[in-house]
Structures are given as C-alpha cells and as structure tokens.
Ligand binder design. Structure first.
Ligand SMILES: [Zn+2]
Length: 308
C-alpha cells in the first residue's frame, strides 16, 4: 500500500517548512521554506502560475519575512517555472543548472503533450534565470543556521542537480535526487551515477528527507528509490546484453513493489537511458517522441494487466 499525502505546508524543523504537493506525478513537485532572522529562503518554485500562486500564498501565511533567496535544485520546469513569482529574490543554482535552463523551456506543444492537464497554463510561462551560480558547494549563513548546497559532481537526475542540507536540523531538501513512492525519472539523467549519488546522500547525517516528488520521508524512502534504480539498471543490463530492444525490456522487467508507485511507466525512459549509458551515449538526448509513445503503450499494457 502506498502512503497517501496531501498538498500543503508543514513544519519539518523549527521555522523550516516543506510544501508538498499531492500526487507528486509529472509536473507536480515539492518546495521548501527556511525562515531566518532577516528573510526567508525558498527551495524551488514549482511549475505553472496557479501552482506557484498557491505556494506564494502559503509562504505568506507562514511568515511575514520576504523571500530573499530562491534555490533551484535543477533546471526542470516543475522546479523553475515559477521563478518569476519570486521577484527581488536572488536565484541560486549550480552553473550547470543555469546552462541547461538558459536556452529556454521546452516548446509549449511538447509540454502540452507531456502534461495535458496543465496545457492551458504553459503559454503563460516566462523564464527567469538564476543570478548566482556555484560549482560543487555553497553555504548560505543566517545567524546560527547554515544551508549547505551540494552538487554530486556528476549527472544524476539531471546534469546540474543540487540538494540543500541543514546540518543542525539534520534535514535535506533533496530536489529530484529523491523521489518517494513516485517513480524516479532519468530521461535526462544517468542511472548509474544517480545510484552513486543516492548512496552519498544516504551518508549525510539527516533524519528528514524532503524529496522533489512524493511525501516527506527519511533514509528509508531514499533507500527504496536507490534500490529501484539499481533493480532497473541490473535488469536492463541483462536484456541489453541479450540484444532485447528497450521497450520489450521494459515490458519484461518485473517491478515488484515498485509497480504500485506513481508513474510506473517511467520504467521505459529509465531503461532507454540505461541503454544509452551502456552504449556510452548519455551525452545524446533521449528520443522524446519515441519515449512518450512507448510510455503510452506501456501504460495501456499495464492497466489491461491490472484488470485481468
Ligand atoms: Zn521534478
């Protein structure tokens, strides 16, 4: 059974809040808020205007302090689309995140196909780029509090992932380095290096992990995610070596408990990305139309399966 979770702001440590969105599916991500002495720091800006307006309203209910800094954990639209609603804030991200974002958001028709339920709002998006960038580490200080921004040094979920670690509070805002009960998506990432990055995140001294998608959790949920990626990579490897095409491999792989996670059909892009990794081709983009069509077929196949 999957846990259920609701959209809303929750205090996860004194004056540290997680804004979590149900259901965590494509485009529906989480954010964070750290209220300091002089101002607040927000972690991620969500995607379309209606979502970010709700987040901003929740922030205003939580604190009167102004959001002085906004951290983008990576370049994906569901974390950066709402940047423009944080006017006046310094936007901080890895240099790689900014470079990925600089050419602009994906074309509106592609977004509308990928996430039809938000189709009406995609034409309203406006890009606002990070203004402060870092390579591997950056520490924001606010009185006693420290926010450690950390990039794993290699691609994982994307090329420019960062997490925010609060050592005193033993808490991590993991961005999309962590997915809890929502299938992780590696279509622009590197599955092998994501597994290694997850191991390193598990070594942080943290009791609470706020993922990019899914409910607030602990190392237990991050371990489950790491094990999912390891299972997919191992099973994909066997089928790659047997010459089985990616989509047939995705149909064949038994997901066990992960079959009940949200967006299970992301198995296909994850297998496709593993195949690119085995061929040494992760610098090339994944075939997005092929991926979307294959996921639609896989979703169909799996729901028929559930009916039987
Ligand atoms: Zn995301």
């Amino acid at each position: 059974m999957l846990p259920a979770w609701k959209t809303g702001m929750r205090e996860v440590a004194p004056k540290v809040f997680a804004y979590v969105q149900a259901t965590g599916e494509t485009g529906i991500s989480n954010a964070g808020l750290v209220v300091g002495a002089d101002g607040a720091v927000a972690v991620d800006a969500l995607m379309v205007p209606s979502m970010t307006r709700r987040l901003v309203a929740a922030i205003k209910k939580t604190t009167r302090k102004k959001v002085r800094s906004l951290i983008n954990t990576h370049h994906h639209l569901d974390h950066t689309g709402g940047n423009r609603f944080f006017r006046g804030a310094t936007i901080v991200a890895t240099a790689k995140c900014r470079a990925e974002l600089a050419p602009g958001f994906p074309p509106v028709p592609l977004l509308q196909r990928f996430m039809p339920r938000f189709a009406r709002e995609f034409p309203l998006l406006e890009l606002v780029l990070p203004t402060v960038t870092f390579e591997d580490r950056l520490v924001l200080h606010d009185g006693e509090r420290e926010l450690h921004l950390w990039h794993p040094g290699t691609p994982a979920h994307t090329s420019g992932d960062a997490l925010v670690y609060l050592p005193r509070e033993r808490l991590i805002f993991a961005g999309d380095l962590a997915f809890h009960y929502v299938t992780p998506l590696a279509f622009q990432g590197h599955v092998g290096q994501w597994i290694a990055a997850a191991e390193r995140v598990l070594a942080f001294e943290a009791d609470v992990i706020v993922p990019g998608h899914g409910p607030i959790g602990t190392r237990k949920e991050l371990t489950l995610m790491r094990d999912y990626l390891a299972l997919v990579r191992r099973e994909a490897k066997a089928r790659f070596e047997a010459g089985i095409p990616a989509e047939a491999a995705a149909r064949d792989i038994k997901l066990g408990v992960y079959a009940s996670w949200h967006e299970a059909e992301r198995l296909l892009p994850n297998v496709m990305r593993c195949y690119q990794e085995f061929r040494g081709e992760t610098h090339l983009p994944i075939d997005i139309p092929g991926m979307l069509e294959g996921m639609e077929r896989l979703r169909g196949a799996r729901s028929t399966h559930t009916c039987l």
